[in-house]
Structure formats: structure tokens, C-alpha cells
Design a binder for this molecule. Structure first.
Ligand SMILES: [Fe+2]
Length: 508
């Protein structure tokens, strides 16, 4: 597309002194760590559950920021003034550089007499550094009205380099005054404005603000840098590129997608490079952690072919197996495979949304999910062939979407257990989507029997701690016994390891 898209600038400047109520209700965040920098984020919203957050939408407000080498913010290494522009919902995205690699920093914002909470962040190690350990949190799927975000309070307390959030940060459904499973009463009850399906920019913005009024979500952002990607519900359930699930005219759906992408960018610690241009945004990108690990973050929604056979769990056939079908789009696929070829890393980690490994409901001819990689087998095969051609020794796929934990071996032929294991996949369960869940879903025995490459399968809420060392990758599957009441404790349900050079999950 030719030409620079000029940003709409809100006209009037408002000084911080004119902001009469605490504007830092949505907390702070950081993200997309590089060896020399991170993105710092906040959004001014004195009344977060009102359209425009309680600020005049046409105004711009200066916000001071500072990043320091110590928790007390005495040793400030860098600072400045950013602008919270009403055109971006008064969000602030500061791209800090000049930091030291592989170290922890603390940051905060000021606006008039108001001071934000302090956030902690961490840069990536230097290129080529001999890194002995990288530890990531893997989380996804936080439907507000299906449970509390207690898992994120525990995630905040983990010792991590970063959080990888792989989609469904919001859901587009209507939320009643009680906030569904949260069971709000009295003053906690939500205004009527939330009781509608999302279609407009204001609606999407309000939904992010609602999520961030949860203190556990704010704590997890303040504790670690996040590397985020979206899945479907940030726009609409199971959409595919310009194809709406409800088959809206493409033009109308793309307008909705543009609004949804804009609100997403406004509320995430993302760089200017990721800013949407209308209905398009470049979200796929790459992070290097020395020579130990590379994280290729994918967008499997924006460029995918429409789901075969009308979506859902269907028998595979010529339509789903059409080699022309793609989950990544041609350009992103090429970028991914080029990346494999040039990667010096021990671990090549593909961070994305939907389950990569085959999952069958019964032996022989069986239905598979048309929304996951099972519905795009040619696309999956091209990725695996590309990794093999590049000599990728240690392929790891991280996924979300399905609200269950899985540890799975990526097989050359999923129907032949004796075939070569090409890598491993870790699927992280949901933060809150799916209510309390159960330890063993009804189909557990059948799934484990007919899918021998699935080494672990559980259905509680939680997240995964993924630890990379030169010797192995380890997945610690954290679970909570309930999500529909606050205060659940966390435990480790299972731990699996796969050794470098010898892919395949075994219990740790
Ligand atoms: Fe989800």
C-alpha cells in the first residue's frame, strides 16, 4: 500500500493539572523486550467504565515517564514526556531504548499530581549472549464473565523473563450486570453498556478497560513484560481474515475488524510498527533471547483461508486438505521459514494461537477441529518441512485457544506412533474461560488412547511456566481448583521435559 497514513491528532492540549481524578485506573504494562529496550504502556482513564474513560476525547495530555535501575526509582536511567492522545483513547506507548541487555528495570508515569503504580520489566539478553535459562509464562483466554483472573495473580508472582499471551484477551459477547459467573452485587454491578455484543470502537475499548479493572490482570502486567498476540475473540469468534462467522458483508466486517484492532493496539504494550492501518496490522514479529531461544510470534487469524466444511469438528477431506489453503498467509509463512533458516538459536519457538498437533476423537477416520491446524494440514506440513529443511533441531510450538492443558509430541505422521518426533507442543489452558473446569474432561480416556502423542491433558484453569535451558525445555502446568470465586490457590498439576536434540515429552 502506497503512502503514509497520517495520524489523526486530537486538537486541544490539556495539562495534567486539569485532570481532577486519578487517571491510572488501568495500571501500567510493558512489553516486546529487546536487548536494549522495551515498550512502556499506560492509558489515562479516570472513569474506566465510561466511554472515553472520563476524559474529553478530542484532547491530548502530556504524561511523564521514567525508567530506573532500582525498585525505589531513585536511579533513573531514562525518562521523558509522552502524549496521551484522545485519538488513541489516551493510551501511551513509550518505546524506550538505550537500556542494558538481560536486566530488570522499574518504571512509572506521572500526570499532573497523579502517579501511576510502579511496573517492573526486563530486557532481552544481548545477541549472541551465552544464556543459561529463559523462563516464560504462557497464558490465554480470559473471558471476564466466566471467572476471576486469580491465575494471573499467581502468574505475577512467578520468576519469569516475560509472559507470552496467545489470545482471547477479551471476548466479544454481552456481559450482564452481575458479570456472569463473577456474580457481582450492589455497587459492583456493571453498567448496561456492557450488555451488548461488540461491534464498535467504543465497545471494544470499554471491554479492554473492564478487563483491566481486575487487579490481578494489572498485577500480572506490572510484574513482567508481556509479548502478546491475538486470537479470534478480540474481534469475533472464529473469524477468518475478512470472513465473519456470521457472514457479514466483507466490507462491514472489515470495518469492525479495524475498530477491534485499533482498540487492541491501544491497550497493549506494542510498538508503533504494530499500529493498525485500517483493518490491517503487522502483529507477527520475532524476539531473540541470546543464542538460547527465538520466539516467532504468529498471527493465525488475519491472513487465514476460511475454515473448511463450514468450521466445527468435521471429517477431513479434499476441502480441508486443499494445498492452496493457508493458516498463516503466504507472506507470514515465508517470513517464518526464512527465520528458521537463519536462526542460530538452540530453541526455535513458535508462539501462536490454535492447537498445532493432530487431535482426533477416535481411531481411524475421525473428526478434527477445522479451526485449528488440523483444518489446515497442508499449511502445517509446509511449516514442518521448512523447519526440517532448515535443520531446526529443537522446534517448540506454544498455543492456547482450547481452554485445556496439553503436552504433545509433534509427529512426522500423527497416525504412526513410530514415526519421527519433530518437536513438542505446549498448549496452555485458559485464565478464566470455561468456568471452574474439571481435572479430567469426559473424553479424557478416549483422547489419550487414540492420540498416543498427547502425553498430558487436563482441564483446570491456569497457565504454564516454560523453562528453556541449553539442555532441555520444561513445562510446569499450573492449575487452580476454581475460578468462579476469587482467591483460589495454585498448584503444579504436572511437569514435562523434552531434551535438546531428542524431542519428545517425558514426565519431569
Ligand atoms: Fe478462548
Amino acid at each position: 500500500m502506497a503512502g503514509e497514513v497520517r495520524r489523526r491528532r486530537s486538537g486541544r492540549e490539556l495539562s495534567g493539572r486539569e485532570v481532577g481524578e486519578d487517571p491510572f485506573t488501568l495500571g501500567v504494562a510493558s512489553g516486546d523486550p529487546l536487548p536494549d529496550g522495551v515498550v512502556l504502556w499506560t492509558r489515562l482513564a479516570p472513569r474506566p467504565l465510561e466511554v472515553d474513560g472520563g476524559l474529553p476525547p478530542e484532547c491530548r495530555i502530556p504524561v511523564e515517564w521514567a525508567i530506573a535501575a532500582d525498585e525505589g526509582l531513585r536511579d533513573v536511567v531514562c525518562g521523558g514526556v509522552a502524549v496521551a492522545d484522545g485519538a488513541d483513547a489516551h493510551s501511551v506507548h513509550v518505546e524506550v531504548d538505550g537500556l542494558e541487555p538481560g536486566r530488570t528495570y522499574w518504571y512509572r508515569f506521572h500526570c499532573g499530581r497523579w502517579t501511576s503504580p510502579v511496573g517492573r520489566t526486563r530486557t532481552a539478553p544481548a545477541p549472541g549472549a551465552d544464556v543459561r535459562r529463559v523462563r516464560m509464562g504462557l497464558a490465554s483466554c480470559q473471558q471476564y464473565d466466566e471467572g476471576y483472573y486469580t491465575a494471573l495473580a499467581h502468574l505475577a508472582g512467578e520468576e519469569l523473563d516475560a509472559v507470552l499471551f496467545v489470545g482471547d484477551y477479551i471476548y466479544e459477547n454481552e456481559i450482564n450486570a452481575q458479570a456472569g459467573a463473577r456474580g457481582y452485587t450492589g455497587e459492583q454491578q456493571l453498567p448496561e453498556v456492557f450488555d451488548h455484543w461488540l461491534t464498535t470502537l467504543d465497545g471494544y475499548r470499554l471491554r479492554y478497560a473492564l478487563g483491566k479493572t481486575d487487579a490481578d490482570l494489572r498485577a500480572a502486567h506490572a510484574a513482567h513484560p508481556w509479548i502478546v498476540t491475538w486470537d479470534d475473540h478480540e474481534v469475533e469468534n472464529n473469524y477468518a481474515a475478512a470472513v465473519s462467522q456470521r457472514n457479514l458483508p466483507a466490507e462491514e466486517f472489515l470495518r469492525r475488524r479495524a475498530a477491534a484492532y485499533q482498540a487492541y493496539w491501544e491497550h497493549m504494550p506494542l510498538r508503533e510498527e504494530q499500529r493498525p492501518r485500517g483493518p490491517d496490522a503487522r502483529l507477527y514479529r520475532r524476539f531473540r533471547y541470546g543464542d538460547l531461544a527465538r520466539f516467532d510470534v504468529l498471527d493465525t487469524r488475519q491472513y487465514r483461508s476460511d475454515q473448511a466444511y463450514g468450521d466445527g469438528w468435521k471429517y477431513p477431506g479434499p476441502e480441508s486438505e486443499d494445498p492452496a489453503r493457508t493458516l498463516t498467509g503466504a507472506e507470514q509463512e515465508e517470513w517464518l521459514l526464512d527465520g528458521f533458516r537463519e536462526s542460530p538459536a538452540t530453541w526455535d519457538v513458535v508462539v501462536q494461537q490454535v492447537a498445532f498437533c493432530q487431535r482426533k476423537g477416535n481411531v481411524g477416520r475421525a473428526r478434527v477441529s477445522m479451526d485449528a491446524w488440523d483444518g489446515y494440514p497442508a499449511s502445517r506440513n509446509r511449516v514442518l518441512q521448512g523447519a526440517r529443511d532448515a535443520g531446526t533441531a529443537n522446534l517448540v510450538v506454544l498455543s492456547g485457544d482450547v481452554h485445556v492443558h496439553y503436552a504433545m509430541d509433534i509427529k512426522e505422521d500423527f497416525d504412526d506412533p513410530s514415526s519421527v518426533t519433530l518437536g513438542v507442543e505446549i498448549v496452555g489452558t485458559s485464565v478464566s474461560s470455561g468456568f471452574d473446569g474439571v481435572e479430567r474432561p469426559d473424553d479424557w480416556e478416549n483422547v489419550m488412547r487414540v492420540n498416543p502423542h498427547i502425553k498430558y491433558y487436563a482441564e483446570r484453569r491456569g497457565y504454564v511456566v516454560v523453562t528453556f535451558t541449553p539442555e532441555s525445555v520444561r513445562a510446569d502446568f499450573r492449575v487452580l481448583p476454581y475460578a468462579t470465586r476469587p482467591g483460589a490457590p495454585v498448584g503444579t498439576d504436572a511437569s514435562f521435559v523434552s531434551r535438546a536434540g531428542r524431542p519428545g515429552f517425558v514426565p519431569a
